[in-house]
Design a protein around this ligand. Structure first.
Ligand code: SF4
Length: 363
């Protein structure tokens, strides 16, 4: 099992909370970027001839903000792969029926729609480019075109958001009847407008919001399978499961991360440097990377442990990992943050909201 992630670095406009690498309009070199992307993927296949991804994921940025013509030319080049899951991130403010049909015609079988909220005040605070109605419209159009596996992103902890506003968001999301819902606690990333402008909500209120989300979604047939992710049976995101289980994946496009057989690297988070690399003749066989490193066995074990603990089912650990971390495991268990069952460990329900603090004890 392996995955291919493709990062599209364009957005209509930058959201106020976003720290992902993307550039907002006006942008240039769009056609050249897609040509470079094809070369990037070919380069990855030349380096790993056995690479045959079982999942494809196009994210960003905003894949659906790019021109129809570029997508129409690029998507068929992925036809050489035979993934069981092919996801594309969709922004409700930049999608129409023609584009959704194009995605489906090219084998996309899962959409992840960035709704974030149905509340006008929250959408404005986040700096989103779409309305609640446009989000619902995008979902219905996707269904009409034939998509049967759709995920919605929701956000909680938005400045000014109340418990009632969040509950209304959940109900509106459930009315659409999606197969998957991701819920993210708003992060105040350094350098983002929202971090400079607004104070975060009270932590107890955020915890209560997380509990409300969990209870409502699990009470409606969703399985809570990862800290931020809920799925109807059989609809867990297979691509993201690769990340959480230490699987192999290659990321193409600026800022994309990769992990193959214990070696990991990140492509430069800079579109100009990315394009310049592919203008070089002959194109170097490796790069343009921010870094590349091969993890030693201990670092790999630690990473697999922390990523695996993101899953509610937890992880099975080897005797070696147990011996290296036994004291920390036992302390966390005493504090009620970890559940230990033989050589299998998982976060307790209480630890899910403070998972980063728990992980910091393990790295
Ligand atoms: S649309 Fe997505 S990637 Fe683009 S700025 Fe907003 S959150 Fe970031």
């Amino acid at each position: 099992m392996s995955g291919l992630y493709i990062h599209i670095p364009y957005c209509e406009r930058k959201c106020d909370y976003c720290a992902f690498y993307s550039i907002s309009k006006p942008w240039k070199n769009e056609r050249e970027f897609f040509q470079c992307l094809e070369l990037d993927i070919e380069k990855a296949q030349a380096r790993y001839p056995e690479f045959s991804p079982t999942t494809l994921f196009i994210g960003g940025g905003t894949p659906t903000a790019t021109s129809f013509q570029c997508l129409e030319t690029f998507l068929p080049t992925l036809g050489k792969f035979s993934p069981t899951e092919f996801s594309v991130e969709v922004n409700p403010g930049t999608v129409d029926e023609a584009q959704l049909s194009l995605l489906q015609k090219n084998g996309v079988n899962r959409l992840s729609i960035g709704v974030q909220s149905f509340d006008i005040q929250c959408l404005e605070t986040l700096g989103r480019i779409h309305s609640a109605e446009e989000a619902e419209d995008a979902f219905r159009k996707a269904r009409a075109v034939g998509f049967t596996n759709i995920s919605l992103d929701l956000m909680f902890g938005v400045p000014g958001q109340t418990l009632e506003m969040l509950e209304a968001d959940i109900e509106r999301a459930l009315q659409l009847d999606p197969e998957h819902i991701s819920v993210y606690n708003l992060m105040y990333e350094e350098g983002t407008p929202i971090a400079a402008r607004l104070d975060r909500l009270d932590e107890e209120l955020e915890r209560e919001m997380y509990d409300v989300l969990r209870n409502r979604l699990t009470g409606t047939g969703f399985e809570h399978y990862e800290i931020s992710n809920f799925a109807k049976p059989g609809h867990e995101c297979q691509h993201n499961l690769l990340y959480w289980t230490g699987g192999d994946y290659i990321g193409c496009g600026p800022s994309a991360h990769s992990h193959m057989h214990g070696t990991r690297w990140a492509t430069v988070a800079d579109l100009e440097r990315y394009l310049a690399f592919y203008r070089t003749k002959p194109i170097p066989s490796v790069g343009p990377h921010e870094f590349e490193e091969t993890l030693n066995a201990e670092a790999k074990d630690r990473e697999t442990l922390v990523m695996g603990l993101r899953l509610l089912r937890g992880v099975k650990i080897s005797s070696k990992v147990w011996n290296n971390h036994a004291a920390v495991f036992q302390t966390l268990e005493k504090e009620g943050l970890l559940v230990i069952e033989g050589h299998h460990i998982r976060l307790s329900d209480e630890a899910l909201f403070v998972s980063n603090a728990v992980f910091s004890e393990l790295v």
